[in-house]
Design a protein around this ligand. Structure first.
Ligand code: ATP
Ligand code: MG
Length: 372
């Protein structure tokens, strides 16, 4: 846990503090995203946590211990730091860049080597292909992956990430975000994550700290930042397209329903007749509950070919996972011109459906509770 109490930082020559009376607590295993306009004090806050900069006033503690009680070098080696603008050492290879902290910690050579290889795998870079390249031989996205690997090298429990995915195109950024979230699910580090981008903050944060002019304006969950902005500054920062951002925040699992008729592949036609009065479609599953396709009940009844209904199954590979967002669901609906999309669990078993009306009424409900 990281606790920041009454922390201020005055730089010489500034007429206001760069960070002013900051109070906040980051729970163990959570991602706190600092977001706000350029110059609002995000990087200064990060650098005070690993003592690159000393606060003018206030106390910062990690797991209950004031950071001033740690040896400064040891503290820094124990905290992963992804520097703004990546900051790889240009004359070091990828291997040497990632190995810096483990070497400073005195790890044996073979342990360093296996850790570097392991981390390159984690950030999805082929070790053999990339280990001995120099930063200028890498793409922007690859550099950012190396930056993340370097920060994680010595298994830190605390990570400071200053715009770690800032300098890449939106598609690569989205990929890096998803990979990092999947990784964080497994390793559960305590993370301070800085970004300019409110969409990134909403996606990555368990909590979001919105700063302006060195002050903390709102510290809250992404939901509350979206639905209950504390003032006009936050409201404007979040933007007028809040409804779209909500779609990006909510998961399919929170609105999914399991009401759609389903039918087993190969079962007899009486089941079809049972559905006939209620629904035009049935989703066809195999014995393992895996999706086989769907069947248009009207069509086979019309053709009086009910016995052979399995011949009329239309394959159906459009589906969502339980972690998909409502935005993913909307995109799938629009791209495929379908109003209902099945949802599968991690083992690809059918668990329910999402349709357009569910999304509409759910988002509407969230807004109503805000207005009350
Ligand atoms: N070493 C320094 N000496 C004097 N002023 C500084 C120093 N470092 C930062 N500042 C000032 O402190 C304020 C906060 O800077 P900081 O780098 O923390 O902002 P930031 O939120 O990270 O901005 P950005 O989004 O542009 O990275 C700015 O006004 C900046 O000009
Ligand atoms: Mg900064």
């Amino acid at each position: 846990m990281i606790k920041i109490e009454g922390v201020s930082k005055y730089y010489k020559g500034m007429d206001r503090p760069a960070v002013s009376k900051l109070d906040l607590e980051i729970k163990e295993g959570e991602i706190c995203v600092f977001v706000g306009p350029s110059g609002c004090g995000k990087t200064t806050t990060m650098k005070m946590i690993n003592r690159i900069i000393e606060p003018t006033n206030g106390i910062i503690s990690i797991d209950g211990k004031n950071i001033l009680e740690f040896d400064a070098d040891e503290l820094r080696l124990g905290i992963g730091y992804v520097i703004q603008k990546v900051g790889l050492f240009p004359h070091y290879t990828v291997f040497e860049n990632i190995a810096v902290v483990p070497k400073l910690k005195g790890w044996k050579e073979d342990k360093v080597m296996s850790r570097v290889r392991e981390l390159l795998d984690v950030v999805d870079l082929d070790p053999d292909e990339n280990m001995y390249k120099y930063p200028n031989q890498l793409s922007g996205g690859q550099k950012q992956r190396v930056g993340v690997a370097r920060a994680m090298a010595a298994n830190p429990s605390v990570m400071l990430m200053d715009e770690p995915f800032g300098a890449v195109d939106p598609i690569t950024r989205n990929q890096l975000q998803n990979e990092f979230l999947a990784l964080q699910k497994k390793v559960k580090m305590t993370i301070c994550f800085v970004t300019h981008d409110i969409d990134e903050a909403i996606k990555m944060g368990d909590k979001i700290a919105i700063m302006n002019n060195g002050k903390l304006v709102q510290y809250d969950t992404p939901e509350n930042i979206l639905f209950s902005p504390i003032n006009e500054f936050v409201e404007e920062f979040v933007g007028s397209d809040r409804a779209l951002k909500v779609l990006n925040l909510l998961r399919v699992s929170s609105i999914m329903e399991a009401y759609m008729p389903t039918i087993r592949y190969g079962s007899d036609s009486s089941q079809i007749n049972e559905f006939y009065n209620n629904s035009n479609f049935a989703i066809v599953l195999n014995d393992d509950n895996k999706l086989q396709g769907y069947i248009d009940i009207n069509r086979i009844v019309e053709k009086k070919n009910v016995e052979k209904w399995c011949d009329y199954i239309r394959t159906y590979d459009i589906c969502l996972g339980i972690d998909s967002t409502l935005k993913d669901a909307m995109v799938a609906m629009l791209e495929n011109d379908m109003k209902t999309i099945p949802v599968l669990d991690d083992e690809k078993k059918y668990i329910g459906v999402v349709n357009f009306d569910m999304i509409k009424s759910h988002v509407g409900r969230e807004y109503e509770t805000t207005i009350e």
